[in-house]
Design a protein around this ligand. Structure first.
Ligand code: SF4
Length: 346
């Protein structure tokens, strides 16, 4: 006999807090479909698609909506479309440009990197909401580095053995690809470790799906930890009203908001575009923080901007903007104790 089970109605907040998952589940995974949505004819493209995609196409519709229809050179499209150039092997490029496998071996723990003295990076998630073609972790062996909840105690032991660490950075994959309940539990766990004063979240998820900013995510600022969220936005066209409104909510809740961009050929290698990016970010309460040189990962060489060109672009950016709107031009060098400022005298 069927029991008389009472089904509790789910309220508006429940649906709002879960809308991002629905948007993620409908993300585009086929480059031909993406081109079709943008009314682009594959036969008339000024480039060819990569047929051998080990790093799959993934882009949510909410990001596609910000692309310009019929423009094959749209800067958002080119960040996610797999081109044939990805198959070309270029000297100086590798699957692990930052030596992360060595750094992981040094901590001896799945998903834990300790590259810089006072902070560790913990990979909370092994997937993203968007697959960016220039990603330095595009070849990262996530399956071997899947840290489970059982590993958190090992993380706590590592932190206690290294009392100089005062900040935990969560990354991935995209750390906001995990459920809110998991995040809340992780923050509560870290909070119990007195030496940790700050939690930093590196994410692109609220950029591609602004609905990821849920009421539960906002509630993380009730923690005693200082909460910093670093967005990854590369082009002003990524910023729309939904993103801006999500950033306002995060700022109001108490998150410190920063942005890091990657300098990408054909996308944002222009002082005018980068100046506009800084201005719109700041209007959305996000401070421009880093402008990264490309990490030399296999498959991404066509995005590289030379140091010489980067210097010219950066000097113009400095001339265009108030000092607090100019991100630091940096590159990461494997084995260095911090990010390296790009030498502007070269
Ligand atoms: S969201 Fe970040 S980690 Fe994920 S593919 Fe893009 S750049 Fe890489």
């Amino acid at each position: 006999m069927i029991q008389n089970v009472q089904i509790l109605p789910r309220n508006e907040a429940y649906w709002q807090d879960n809308e991002w998952k629905k948007l993620l589940s409908t993300a585009i995974r086929d480059p031909n479909e993406l081109l079709r949505l943008l009314e682009l004819d594959i036969a008339e493209l000024p480039y060819q698609l990569d047929k051998d995609q080990s790093f799959k196409t993934l882009v949510p519709l909410s990001f596609v909506e910000r692309m310009q229809k019929t423009d094959p050179s749209d800067p958002l499209l080119l960040q996610v479309l797999p081109l044939s150039e990805e198959s070309i092997r270029v000297s100086g490029y590798s699957n692990d440009p930052l030596g992360e496998s060595t750094a992981l071996a040094q901590t001896g723990m799945a998903g834990l990197l300790h590259k810089y003295q006072s902070r560790v990076l913990f990979m909370l998630a092994t997937h993203c909401a968007v697959n960016c073609r220039y990603c330095f972790r595009r070849e990262f062996p996530y399956q071997e580095n899947r840290a489970s909840k059982q590993d958190w105690h090992q993380l706590a032991t590592y932190l206690k053995k290294n009392p100089q660490i005062n900040e935990v950075i969560i990354s991935g994959g995209d750390p906001l690809a995990v459920n809110d309940a998991y995040l809340v539990e992780f923050v509560a766990f870290i909070e119990q470790i007195p030496q940790i004063i700050r939690l930093r979240i590196h994410t692109r998820l609220p950029v591609v799906i602004p609905q990821r900013v849920t009421s539960k995510l906002l509630s993380l600022t009730k923690s005693r930890l200082q909460m910093v969220m670093v967005m990854h936005v590369n082009h002003p066209n990524e910023i729309d009203d939904k993103f801006t409104s999500a950033m306002h909510k995060l700022a109001q809740a108490g998150f410190t908001l920063l942005n890091q961009s990657t300098l990408l050929k054909g996308i944002n290698d222009c002082p005018k575009i980068l100046s506009e990016l800084s201005e719109v970010l700041f209007s959305a309460k996000v401070t421009p923080y880093y402008l990264h040189m490309l990490d030399r990962v296999n498959g991404a060489a066509h995005f590289a901007v030379s140091n010489k060109d980067a210097n010219v672009i950066y000097k113009q950016l400095q001339a265009n903007l108030a000092g607090f709107l100019v991100p630091k031009l940096v590159q990461e060098k494997s084995g260095e104790p911090n990010k390296t400022l790009v030498d502007l005298t070269i």
